[in-house]
Design a protein around this ligand. Structure first.
Ligand SMILES: *[C@@H]1O[C@H](CO)[C@@H](O)[C@H](O)[C@H]1NC(C)=O
Ligand SMILES: *[C@@H]1O[C@H](CO)[C@@H](O)[C@H](O)[C@H]1NC(C)=O
Ligand SMILES: *[C@@H]1O[C@H](CO)[C@@H](O)[C@H](O)[C@H]1NC(C)=O
Ligand SMILES: *[C@@H]1O[C@H](CO)[C@@H](O)[C@H](O)[C@H]1NC(C)=O
Ligand SMILES: *[C@@H]1O[C@H](CO)[C@@H](O)[C@H](O)[C@H]1NC(C)=O
Length: 294
């Protein structure tokens, strides 16, 4: 994949390429500590936004406005695509040409991260968001996501990104299905070749146009993704099955992460007719819990 080299600077927008390039491993082999089902009694709430105010809380959130995350992107993030409606955060993507810095962008999307004036970052715990996604069309290039990055911008050997939920139609190579993926991505390809994780857990058996909970439990030894509070896939430190498939041990980050919600458009397949109306992703709430016994 010639594009993969760009991916480390291209973060979420091209993370789907990893999926296409990867050989999947179905489950991990090490002893795992995670609960199969989330029990909220095990946690203490540390952060929440119910999006029940009239405005985005800029103490927590920084909204991307005229934000271009890579030079290759023709999609720009604008504040018009981030709003609160009916106690939901509504992120949109639309076909609406925007000129910024003498460049024309055909599509705009919504982006916000917990890097507001006060901000929010966390190390270990359970993070989840209740999200309703739009219906995608055949070869739709819409790409909404809920993900996290290291607050100190560190990379290898820590995570480049943790994708709690990415929703995509064109990512799978199977155009008939919309997919949600979770992924744990880290590594330095130029230095370590294929020593990095790009496995993503495909989920296609739920109706994404209804609300679902997308969560991640992060402990010292593993990162586990949950859908509706049920564990779906884990990355476990020093897992031999990961070793076998990626050739190096998993490193679980021991530093703060911040959260990101965004609605991107993947340029390669973008079609104006998919955006006759803006596409919208609804986020009922975001919560982060601390584990009581940690
Ligand atoms: C918004 O939700 C929070 C958390 O549940 C609650 O404490 C607060 O009272 C709510 N505010 C409004 C305006 O409903
Ligand atoms: C569409 O683009 C125009 C021109 O940049 C801008 O003024 C307008 O706010 C945009 N509309 C939305 C809904 O983002
Ligand atoms: C990745 O590896 C290359 C080649 O060794 C090195 O120059 C670069 O600094 C590394 N990047 C990071 C983020 O460690
Ligand atoms: C994860 O979700 C997918 C799709 O719903 C399902 O096929 C798979 O069995 C789940 N994995 C686990 C470990 O529950
Ligand atoms: C995994 O691979 C790394 C690097 O080859 C090695 O240092 C480590 O001991 C291996 N771990 C396991 C559990 O096999």
């Amino acid at each position: 994949m010639k594009n993969i080299k760009n991916c480390l600077t291209y973060i979420s927008i091209c993370a789907f390429l990893f999926a296409i390039a990867s050989a999947s491993h179905s489950s991990t082999g090490s002893p795992s500590q995670h609960p199969d089902v989330i029990n909220y009694d095990d946690f203490t709430l540390k952060f929440e936004d119910q999006f029940n105010q009239t405005e985005i809380n800029t103490q927590y959130w920084k909204v991307g406005d005229n934000l271009v995350r890579t030079s290759q992107q023709f999609q720009i993030y604008t504040k018009e695509n981030v709003k609160i409606e009916g106690d939901n955060l509504v992120l949109s993507a639309q076909y609406n040409s925007t000129i910024y810095d003498q460049k024309k962008y055909d599509y705009s999307g919504g982006y916000l991260e917990t890097r507001g004036s006060k901000g929010f970052k966390f190390q270990y715990g359970y993070a989840e968001a209740r999200i309703k996604l739009p219906k995608l069309q055949f070869q739709d290039s819409s790409f909404p996501a809920f993900w996290a990055l290291p607050a100190d911008n560190s990379r290898w050997p820590y995570s480049v990104e943790v994708d709690i939920m990415e929703y995509c139609n064109v990512c799978s190579g199977d155009d008939k299905n919309d997919y949600v993926y979770s992924a744990y991505i880290y590594g330095n390809r130029s230095q370590y070749g294929d020593c990095r994780i790009w496995y993503r857990s495909p989920m296609k058996q739920i109706s994404f146009t209804e609300y679902h909970l997308y969560g991640m439990l992060w402990t010292k030894n593993e990162v586990t993704f949950y859908v509706d509070g049920v564990a779906n896939y884990s990355f476990i430190i020093s897992d031999p099955s990961n070793n076998k498939s990626i050739g190096c041990p998993i490193v679980i980050p021991d530093r703060d992460f911040y959260l990101i919600l965004n609605f991107a458009v993947i340029e390669k397949y973008a079609k104006p007719e998919h955006y006759k109306e803006p596409k919208e992703m609804y986020v009922d709430y975001v919560k982060v819990y601390k584990l009581n016994n940690n």
